[in-house]
Design a binder for this molecule. Sequence first.
Ligand SMILES: Nc1ncnc2c1ncn2[C@@H]1O[C@H](COP(=O)(O)OP(=O)(O)O)[C@@H](O)[C@H]1O
Ligand SMILES: [Mg+2]
Length: 300
Amino acid sequence: MNALETSALTYRYGPDKVLDNVNLVVSPGTIYGFLGPNGAGKTTTLKLATGLLRMQEGAIHIFGQSMPVHRIEILRSIGTLIESPSLYAHLTARENLLLYQKLYRCPSARITETLERVGLARTGSKKAGQFSLGMKQRLSIAIALLHSPRLLILDEPTNGLDPSGIIEVRELLKQLTGQEGLTVLISSHLLAEIERLVTHIGIIHKGRLVFQGTMDELHMKQRHSSGLLLGTDNPEGARHLLSECGIEAVPENGHLVLPDLPSEKMAEITRQLVARDIGVYRIEPKKNDLEQIFINLVND
Ligand SMILES: Nc1ncnc2c1ncn2[C@@H]1O[C@H](COP(=O)(O)OP(=O)(O)O)[C@@H](O)[C@H]1O
Ligand SMILES: [Mg+2]
């Protein structure tokens, strides 16, 4: 049974289709990064999944239960941070959690446990209103974790924080995602932000899921899109010769990009190029970093 699954999820704001047939699959125990540029549809997807927006088309199942039919059961099993929750500025971290503990009717021991977990156990009588942005965000995450959810859904949890807050929340996420049994779905518009955190990734662009798989599969895609960069004083002539040899060369920023070729083949081609008086001044491996893969995916 999947932790979260959307089937053919489609959503419109008025006439604008902002989600188009999104099939998200989050397996239990995974850390799923939901990546996409601003405006791609991440928040809309997560709001639908947590029942904050009314469904229009498609289906959503969380631990096998369908939203919105089993809304209450679902809300019990998930912890969410989608928009800044209301923190009580005049209350301490502990007092804030006490309110939610009563609301959730979870054991009061959870308060101390959760404060420890987010690193706020020693904030004493300090009021949440006096917290730094990072501390406020950690308190928000504590509220999401208080009732021991099986699935934690965080929508761009480092957005809007100052640099030290970003570091604090990143550190906390590293700890949380290292813990067993908790499935985490975390969205971001920055690959670098989640790359080292997640096991699985879904990339959304203009409301469509353009990639979904493991981080390894994304790396594989990266390797497949690597090649050789050829610098020559006569790109057109070189292209012509290469195509005679059955090799497709694609011009890019004044260079040619070739598929990965065995060394002997490359040596042979270089000899032929030079024999035709085509100057070769650079041959180097072209490696797409993950960021480039992301950009390619969202530009296709
Ligand atoms: N309340 C709204 N009314 C109309 N359009 C909206 C509303 N909220 C979001 N949108 C539009 O829906 C698209 C997806 O937005 P959103 O889900 O917030 O993207 P993301 O979270 O990936 O940045 C965007 O084009 C955005 O402008
Ligand atoms: Mg958003």
